[in-house]
Design a protein around this ligand. Structure first.
Ligand code: 5AD
Ligand code: SF4
Length: 601
């Protein structure tokens, strides 16, 4: 019998070539997988059946069988390519990756920092693309995803409590509904994967911060009552190609993630272990997202990262490719100086240029990454907000050394003075930890005097919580008793409140530019917005307000910039009356931002 020669068209040929490459990669990956994972016998990516009671070898064999296989090494684009192939060319196992019920309703339960809110928007974008729906009602959900935080023990405690509550809901689910699936995502996932899966049947999926692309597959596995885990950390995952779908699409402000992970290794901090190495997203993809937000009418973007101002896009060709990262004076790092790439100051300039009417903020920075280029950029661009978060953590040099922060009290104070010389209207905020290992009364007193000297508008204050894996856990003793930590915390709160009240009261009688966010939480008779310094401002809602020249009087809307006259204040908010509607550029053209000293580089 004559075999019919197989003639391939160009699409088929391209697909074949890709396929061969993938099979080659797969073989390599399989070889690495069997060398490293089998020897260590601790697979990081695995799926677990409910009956994993077998002997270790059998258990591991099961994990291999249920774990990633050839199909997981194929990318989605190949699945799409298949649509162009004749039926007999379609490879069946490439299709069943998508075999989960469409329109499953997902409920998000978000804990922790703003980074988690933005991660949730990325997760939602991935799931939406895979035909999931979102529900605001927990009882309607088919899938509940908890986006977790592990930074302090209290954060984890909250989540254990929540899991107990959800266990009850899961059990009481009516038999005629598909069983409820629960996913534990984010920072706690990597840390506690075994504990979570071993505890009881509450959690079905565990996924770390770099595994969100894998969620549709992990959730598909749960439909066969399997429990699935992926907590692999990545060196390059930035989700750059995913446009987050905002959880609150009506909001005038949005978060844009620009980098992930942290290389600083402060001795108290779990973040480098839960979120992995520092990596930056390409500037082109950040700008695309900011442009898209601007087109949607967003008026304020906050650039996000664990260490936002050490941003460095090495893919950008830059005339200063051999430039060494410049640090603020008196600051050092635990890692070798990084060379080349586009830096945070350049990124700030480009982002602020997208729309001069859009405010730009960023969080959370490290004080070491405030070289003069960054200060000058903030000073010279009216839409980069004059509000800097400068986490000091402690006011005592010996404690800072034990924390491995890379600066002394004196260097920090010098930096604050330097910044205030060039940006006199700047509002500063900070994080402080009290009761770190070995902190004496005298050392703690230095934190209090630093707070009094700097005068922060906002402060985030924490009692130290020892975390496993951190250097402090290995080297030091968590020897400050809980009641002393509590007393010190209360003292910090008291000092902070006094200062904030003083600073806010000093604004009475002054004019501020406020971006209106919506009604005040307490009453529809009031609107709330934020001034440039990120202080909440409350103003009456039903006033008819004109533009500065007296024209176009109307009610104030969400997204308006309004010049206001501050007439009252407490330690948390300013109260004001609206003066006139304006634009960001017009307001600052009136000279509100004139700096004491112009910075020349
Ligand atoms: N205990 C208490 N606070 C901590 N932070 C980080 N790790 C710990 C810990 N182990 C605080 C730091 C950091 C903020 C995000 O959380 O102040 O800046
Ligand atoms: Fe943690 Fe320090 Fe990195 Fe901040 S800079 S995330 S405190 S290790």
């Amino acid at each position: 019998m004559n075999a019919k020669p197989l003639v391939l068209n160009s699409v088929q040929l391209a697909f074949r070539n890709k396929l061969h490459k993938e099979v080659h990669n797969y073989r390599l990956a399989l070889r690495n997988f069997s060398c490293t994972r089998i020897r260590r016998n601790t697979p990081q990516t695995s799926t677990e059946s409910d009956t994993a009671e077998e002997k270790p070898l059998l258990k591991f064999r099961n994990k291999l069988l249920n774990g990633p296989n050839l199909k997981h090494f194929f990318k989605d684009e190949h699945l799409r390519d298949q649509e162009n192939l004749p039926e007999d060319e379609v490879i069946p196992y490439l299709q069943d990756i998508n075999r989960y019920t469409p329109n499953r309703k997902v409920y998000f339960d978000v804990y922790g920092c703003q980074m988690n809110v933005n991660d949730t928007e990325i997760i939602w974008a991935i799931l939406k693309e895979n035909k999931f729906e979102r529900t605001p009602n927990l009882v309607d959900a088919d899938v509940i995803l908890i986006i977790t935080c592990a930074i302090r023990d209290s954060a984890e405690e909250k989540i254990w409590g929540r899991l107990n509550y959800l266990k009850g809901i899961k059990k009481s689910r009516l038999k005629d509904r598909p069983s409820l699936k629960i996913g534990l995502l984010g920072c706690m996932a990597e840390r506690l994967k075994e504990k979570v899966l071993e505890k009881d049947g509450t959690v079905d999926v565990v996924a770390g911060p770099d595994s969100y692309r894998d969620l549709p597959r992990l959730l598909a596995l749960t439909e066969n009552n399997q429990r699935s885990v992926n907590v692999l950390l990545s060196l390059d995952e930035t989700y750059a190609d995913i446009t987050p779908v905002r959880l609150n699409e009506d909001s005038v402000s949005a978060f844009v993630s620009i980098m992930r992970g942290c290389d600083n290794m402060c001795t108290y901090c779990i973040v480098p272990f839960t979120r992995g190495r520092e990596r930056s997203r390409l500037v082109s993809s950040i700008l695309r997202e900011v442009e898209h937000l601007s087109e949607q009418g967003v008026k304020e973007v906050t650039l996000l990262g664990q260490n936002v101002n050490s941003y460095r896009d090495v893919s950008e060709s830059d005339s200063r490719m051999d430039n060494v990262t410049s640090l603020a004076k008196g600051f050092k790092t635990v890692y070798k100086a990084k060379k080349g790439g586009l830096r945070f100051a350049d990124l700030l300039q480009r982002v602020s240029g997208v729309n001069p009417e859009m405010r730009v903020r960023f969080t959370s920075p490290h004080p070491k990454d405030f070289p003069d280029e960054v200060i000058q950029m903030i000073q010279s661009h009216p839409n980069i907000c004059k509000n800097l978060h400068m986490p000091a953590q402690s006011g005592n040099s010996a404690v800072l050394e034990r924390m491995r922060r890379g600066y002394t009290r004196e260097a920090y104070l010098e930096l604050v003075k330097h910044i205030r010389r060039y940006i006199p209207q700047v509002a500063l905020s900070s994080d402080f930890i009290c009761g770190f290992c070995g902190e004496t009364d005298e050392e703690f007193e230095d934190t209090i005097t630093l707070m009094e000297e700097v005068q922060y508008n906002t402060a985030f204050l924490f009692p130290y919580s020892m975390r496993e894996k951190t250097t402090a856990h290995r080297r030091f003793q968590d020897d400050v008793p809980p009641h002393v930590k509590q007393q010190r915390l209360e003292r910090m709160i008291q000092v902070f409140r006094q200062t904030a009240l003083r600073l806010n009261t000093a604004q009475i009688g002054k004019t501020h530019l406020v971006l209106i966010e919506g009604y005040s939480r307490r009453s529809k008779n009031f609107l709330q917005g934020r001034n440039d310094q990120n202080i909440k401002v409350i103003l009456p809602s039903s006033e008819i307000v004109p533009f500065k020249d007296g024209s176009g009087a109307r009610e104030v809307n969400v997204g308006d910039y309004v010049a206001v006259h501050v007439n009252d204040a407490n330690s948390q908010i300013l109260k004001a009356i609206p003066l006139y509607l304006t634009s960001l550029q017009d307001f600052y053209a009136e000279g509100y931002l004139r700096s004491a000293v112009k910075m020349q580089l």
